[in-house]
Structures are given as C-alpha cells and as structure tokens.
Design a protein around this ligand. Structure first.
Ligand code: 5GP
Ligand code: MN
Length: 320
C-alpha cells in the first residue's frame, strides 16, 4: 500500500524497536538518511538503530551519529519494525534481508522509480534527487526538531546523490532541503571537503589503475576494477565510489559502465551512468536484474567479471 509521508510518520510514532535499513555498499544518501531518521526516532524516545551492511564506509566516518550504526545483523535488540531507506529492491538489503523480512512491521521510504514497493506500506517519490530530501520531510512530520547532527547527515545525503547539486536531478526542493540543513547547522565546507576534496592515497591509486584500463567504443566507455587492483592499491571496497563519473565525463561519452569484480571472484557489480535520453535503469539494469535511476543505475551479476561485462555491454549496444 502507498502512503503519504504524514501517514508513514503516524505509523512510525506507534512503533518501537525500529530498525532503519540502508542498502549494501551504502553511499552518502543511504548513510546520511538512515542515520538522520534514526537520530530523530531516538529523539522521540524510541529504540532505533541504523543497519548499514558493512557499516559506515571509511570516507563517511566523519559524519555524526556513528553510535547508532549497526554494521551486520547482530541486533542490539530484536527489531519489531523495519524501515528501509534508499533501498531500491529487497536484494539491495544485502546480508540484512532476512532480518528485514523477520520484522512483523515493514515500511519502505525510497526515491527509486524501479522500487517494487516491498514494504507493507510504501512511500516512494521518484522525482526526489535524494532520499535525504524525503527523510527531512519525514523528520518534520514526526515532529522531531532538526538537530545539527541530523542536518549534517541529511546535507551529506542530498549532496551525495546530486554530486553536490550538479546533476539534472537537482531541483528547487533539493536546494530547499539543503538550505534547511545549513540553517540547522550543517557545515558545508567540512562535509563537501570530506566527500569531494579529500581522498586517501589508496583510493587515488585505485582510480589510476582502473582508468589506465579505460576502453571506448563510440558513445560508450567502460573500465574495470579487479581484485588485483584493490590489492595492489591497498584500497577498500568503498574506494570505487565515483570512479564511474570519470567515464561519463569523457567528451562524447553518453553511457558509462564500471565493472567491479566482487571479493568471491565469481560475481561482478556494475555502476552505470548515462546522459539523456538514455535510461540505464529501465533499459540496462532492470532487464539484467538490477535497478536504480534513469541516469545512475546498478546491477550485480553472478558471473565472472569478463562474462558479466560482456552481458552488460551487449545490452548497452542494443539500446544505442
Ligand atoms: P551505484 O552505481 O552508485 O552503486 O548505484 C547507482 C544507483 O543504482 C543507486 O541508486 C543504487 O541504489 C542503484 N543500484 C546499484 N546496484 C543495484 C542493484 O544491484 N540492484 C538495484 N535494484 N539497484 C542498484
Ligand atoms: Mn539515493
């Protein structure tokens, strides 16, 4: 059932022992939105935790509210109520999927058009650039005052999914949400400095290794990140974040594919980006079992990197 943000807030007010779930390989929007909503629920006297598979990625560890993050399914309490935030499909819950499904009450808050509405109640706004925008409305509807910590998390969320207000998904509402966060004390220079103007040496080396293998075919560019590259760069799994941007930013490229070999060596995760009019969620990711947004989508394929990449490129060539 689809519900309004007020209905979702009313529903949450009647709950306790709440688990807020983000997606696997959580990004700034998932982390920031989940933590902010968890802080708001705690401010209302609820027992709540933010379940982020693998925990907060290293490059977001500067954000406040880390104490409410649970990195795996080892619950500090048995959750009765689940709220998934920024999770485009149940498999994106990663190792927390069983815990989500074990909760008697389940709601979905999301901004992915492709979301199959997998909660008992669902609030999905595909026109929102970031879940952070909707999380802010939820916090307002809950009647929790926006603290400086919640504001910092939500600013990071909104900034992350718009590449700091650069992408075509950025709207007047996005800026309004950001303005509310700045008014409540979010430190713009600190947050954007940590996300966009700082990277570890290992992350920089991984970027170099990946881009050195760049391939190009007309409007399409692709690159790979292999387990050897992670090893040689000394990089973390989260260090692939935004490598795909360098591909889509190449002059003349309209579809970009980053193929990331998974630790098991027999599956691969893909980050897809496109320029208008190409819809990589609908036309590439969804047919292969993934999802996302028109211009930014992803898939995990349980095949070795090379085979999986061939499948994705074949699909991409079809839509060109
Ligand atoms: P990214 O490339 O940044 O990992 O993901 C881009 C977008 O696609 C995000 O909104 C993310 O939630 C979505 N996405 C990434 N991987 C998958 C996937 O395996 N399945 C689905 N349904 N969505 C994905
Ligand atoms: Mn998002």
């Amino acid at each position: 059932m689809d519900v309004t943000i007020r209905e979702l807030a009313g529903w949450l007010k009647g709950m306790d022992d709440i688990a807020v779930f983000g997606h696997r390989a959580p990004d700034g929007d998932a982390c920031g939105s989940c933590v902010a909503v968890t802080l708001a629920l705690r401010a209302l006297g609820k027992r709540a935790c933010a379940y982020l598979p693998g925990g907060m990625p290293e490059f977001l560890r500067f954000l406040p509210g880390q104490e409410c993050v649970v990195a795996d399914a080892s619950a500090p309490f048995v959750p009765q109520c689940a709220l998934s935030v920024d999770v485009s499909a149940p498999d994106m819950l990663g190792d927390n999927r069983a815990l989500f499904e074990s909760c008697p009450q389940r709601a979905v808050l999301d901004h992915h058009e492709s979301n199959p509405r997998f909660g008992q109640i669902n609030h999905v706004e595909p026109d929102r650039a970031a879940c952070g925008e909707i999380a802010l409305l939820l916090i307002e509807a809950l009647g929790a005052p926006l603290s400086k910590d919640m504001a910092a998390c939500l600013f990071a969320a909104v900034s992350s999914d718009t590449c700091n207000f650069n992408y075509s998904n950025t709207t007047a509402e996005t800026f309004e949400a950001a303005a509310a966060c700045v008014r409540a004390g979010a430190d713009v220079d600190e947050i954007t400095g940590r996300i966009y103007r700082t990277r570890t040496e290992a992350r920089t080396r991984l970027l170099g290794l990946s881009l050195a293998g760049l391939q190009r075919e007309g409007k399409v560019a692709w690159a790979r990140v292999t387990n050897d590259m992670f090893h040689n760069a000394g990089a973390l799994r989260c260090d692939t974040e935004r490598i795909v941007n360098y591909l889509i930013e190449i002059e003349g490229v309209e579809i970009a594919v980053l193929a990331i070999e998974q630790e098991d060596g027999c599956s691969a995760k893909f980050s897809l980006r496109s320029l208008a009019p190409y819809n990589v969620a609908r036309d590439v990711a969804l047919p292969l079992g993934g999802g996302g947004h028109e211009r930014a989508a992803g898939i995990t394929i349980h095949r070795p990197l090379r085979e999986a990449l061939d499948l994705v490129l074949a699909r991409v060539r079809e839509i060109l």
